[in-house]
Design a binder for this molecule. Structure first.
Ligand code: WTA
Length: 632
């Protein structure tokens, strides 16, 4: 068995070398830390051409046994989850490992009695309440594949995801609380299900005590579903490579893809990365502010921490309710030791004034993390100086839905820190920077395409229902490499700085959207002929969305049309994807072959029209003048 935790920078260097020289021995040793029904016949079998990646081949396990049962003897009374409600006046709720085990078994039994079987897909559309954690784990307990959909997506986006996964069941609630708002969820599910024939059952948790419509035969209340279901639920034995979950994410083309993660590799890597990046110690209190609707919540609220026997806080609310001190109040209240949030939250709280931070005792903090988008220098320093009091390690975690776990980051307080640099790759991770022609860049401080040249345990296995799409998207740009879609630089010491997406993906407040996805939504508006959207820098959100829209007729009232277009986007995707600026144009800058020159639109959106570059290949260069003149 190989110990999981690295304890110095020298140790990191040595572990890294071992992991590269002999990955099978390295990861086989780490995997010995977990409980298996049957050990593997082979640690790794892979090629990036098909692609096919199999870790711990032939092994059998259940991930929830490693998160729950394994800890019961020693940590049964330890808090597994502390749930902090949206309303400061409402009571928090804690689940010890024993209580979480009991709740998961009970709900897993309920799922079985409602007809869910191993391999069935279950869609979760829930608020950040303990039932979401319980439902995720209950699915994993019985080998059902969970697909969590962030509860800010619209009925249409939800329907797309349910249809693609052919989910048999949806688990939701009447509605949710977010700050001062109460938002309906069940009615969104009802609307989505008008177009989803695969769904046989809907389990509804009463979160707001609303009196809602329940469809006879299809819908059942959570509390009715769990009646008489208490008691153990044997964990279903899973093959190492069986699917654990699907999580939809946006790419440069088409509809969102269902990224698939499998049981064993994801388990080993999320626990390994959590314990190393956060240098978690047994008595620590850890808090990640993400939503479980995104990968960060999957890997670093639930799986990584609970596999490690940690205490993980789950927060229902938002950073600015009831005021901009809420995060810091919670840190002080629970004496949080490790804290993880997104740059967008850091920037917005930075803008709210230092007094909100200074009011609270943050002396418990040891490691503070940033994830989801590049962190700018100003935000990094504020986070380090104010929140971390200059004494905490800032770990900047670079990774993706597809990578399952953190790939490049500082490890606790012993990695060198450099503002805006994510740092060094974790053991087992081999990032490279490629030129456009696919050659590896060796020089320092040169920007290139960030790719990864060998598999790690939690790499995505496929995109649900369409393996070819997985191959084309991630493994065909450069033969033999996983393509991340990000641009990055490496300094002379080997530290990486992530620049951002180089494909048509926009990162708004850490949320990924494909330009095509938003354009398709805008084009649903009756008067819209075509549109092109690009991202532009935004001081709080990182990026914001700028839409160039061509309509069939002259728009009499532009403001009205803008509101309508936003409504269409909210309906098709959700309010999280609203374009901030909408400019009506008579045409888009297209090449003679019909390709939109986004480069020009990006410049206009950035307000930098001094150097638009070569426009000679445009079909109609005059449209550029018009676009520039009327830029917002
Ligand atoms: C970006 C979120 C810079 C990046 C975990 C990546 C980052 C995309 C960082 C994945 C970071 C994530 N620094 N950029 N620390 N973390 N990104 O799938 O562009 O929601 O490709 O996963 O977010 O977003 P996703």
């Amino acid at each position: 068995m190989k110990k999981i935790q690295i304890n110095s920078f020298e140790d990191y260097r040595q572990q890294y070398q071992e992991s590269i020289n002999n990955p099978e021995e390295f990861w086989g040793g780490i995997a010995e830390n977990f409980n298996w029904h049957k050990k593997w016949d082979q640690v790794l079998d892979w090629n990036f051409d098909e692609p096919k990646v199999e870790w711990f081949k032939g092994a059998r396990l259940n991930i929830t046994e490693n998160m729950l049962d394994r800890h019961l003897n020693t940590l049964g009374d330890k808090k597994a989850i502390i749930w902090e409600p949206n309303e400061p006046g409402h009571s928090p709720k804690t689940y010890t490992y024993q209580e979480l085990y009991d709740a998961v078994c009970e709900f897993a039994n309920a799922l079985k009695s409602q007809g869910v079987q191993k391999g069935d897909r279950v869609c979760l559309y829930l608020p950040m309440i303990p039932q979401l954690a319980i439902a995720v784990l209950a699915c994993a307990r019985i080998g059902a594949i969970h697909s969590v959909v962030f509860a800010g997506f619209s009925a249409s986006a939800l329907a797309d995801r349910i249809q693609d996964a052919e989910a048999k069941m949806v688990i939701t609630s009447d509605g949710l609380r977010r700050g001062v708002k109460e938002v309906p969820l069940k009615s969104v599910v009802d609307e989505a299900l008008e177009n989803c024939s695969s769904v046989e059952r809907v389990i509804v948790f009463s979160c707001l005590n609303w009196n809602i419509d329940m469809q006879e035969k299809r819908d059942i209340w959570w509390n009715d579903a769990i009646r008489n279901q208490a008691g153990p639920c044997p964990a279903t034995s899973m093959d190492a490579e069986d699917m654990l979950f699907i999580l939809y994410t946006s790419g440069s083309t088409g509809k969102p893809k269902g990224v698939v993660h499998s049981c064993a590799g994801y388990m080993v890597y999320t626990a390994y990365s959590f314990q190393n990046v956060y240098q978690y110690q047994p008595e620590d209190i850890y808090w990640c502010t993400a939503d479980i609707g995104w990968i960060t919540g999957h890997s670093y609220i639930l799986y990584g921490p609970l596999l490690s026997g940690a205490t993980s806080i789950m927060f229902e609310g938002i950073p600015t309710y009831p005021d901009a001190g809420r995060f810091w109040e919670i840190v002080a209240k629970y004496k949080v030791n490790q804290f993880l949030t997104a740059p967008t939250a850091i920037r917005s709280l930075m803008g709210a004034g230092d007094e909100h931070v200074e009011k609270h005792d943050l002396s418990s903090l040891k490691v503070i993390g940033s994830v989801g988008e590049p962190i700018n220098a100003e935000a990094w320093h504020w986070y380090h100086d104010k929140v971390g009091r200059g004494q905490c390690a800032v770990v900047d975690n670079w990774w993706q839905t597809e990578t399952g776990g953190i790939m490049i980051s500082g490890l606790g307080n012993f990695s060198p820190q450099k503002p805006t640099y994510a740092g060094y790759p974790l053991p087992g991770i081999q990032p490279v920077l490629l030129n456009q022609d696919g050659t590896e860049i060796e020089e320092a401080d040169v920007e290139g395409y960030l790719c990864i040249k060998a598999p790690w345990p939690s790499i995505l296995r496929t995109t649900y229902g369409d393996h070819e799409r997985c191959r084309v998207t991630y493994f065909s740009h450069y033969k033999g490499y996983y393509f991340t879609g990000d641009g990055a630089k490496r300094d002379a010491d080997g530290m990486f700085r992530i620049i951002g997406r180089i494909d048509d993906v926009i990162n708004v407040s850490g949320h990924r959207f494909g330009t095509a996805e938003i354009e398709n939504a805008i084009n649903e508006h009756e008067q819209v002929v075509e549109s092109a959207v690009v991202g532009y820098p935004h001081p709080i959100k990182g990026q914001s969305i700028y839409a160039f829209v061509v309509c069939d007729d002259e728009i009499p009232e532009e403001e009205k049309a803008r509101i309508e277009i936003k409504e269409v986007v909210a309906k098709q995707i959700g309010k999280i994807a609203l374009p901030e600026k909408i400019q009506f144009v008579s045409g888009l800058p297209k090449t003679r072959s019909g390709k939109i020159m986004r480069r020009i639109l990006r410049k206009v959106a950035e307000g930098d029209v001094s150097s638009l570059g070569d426009t000679s290949t445009l079909l109609d260069p005059a449209v550029v003048d018009e676009i520039v003149q009327k830029a917002l």
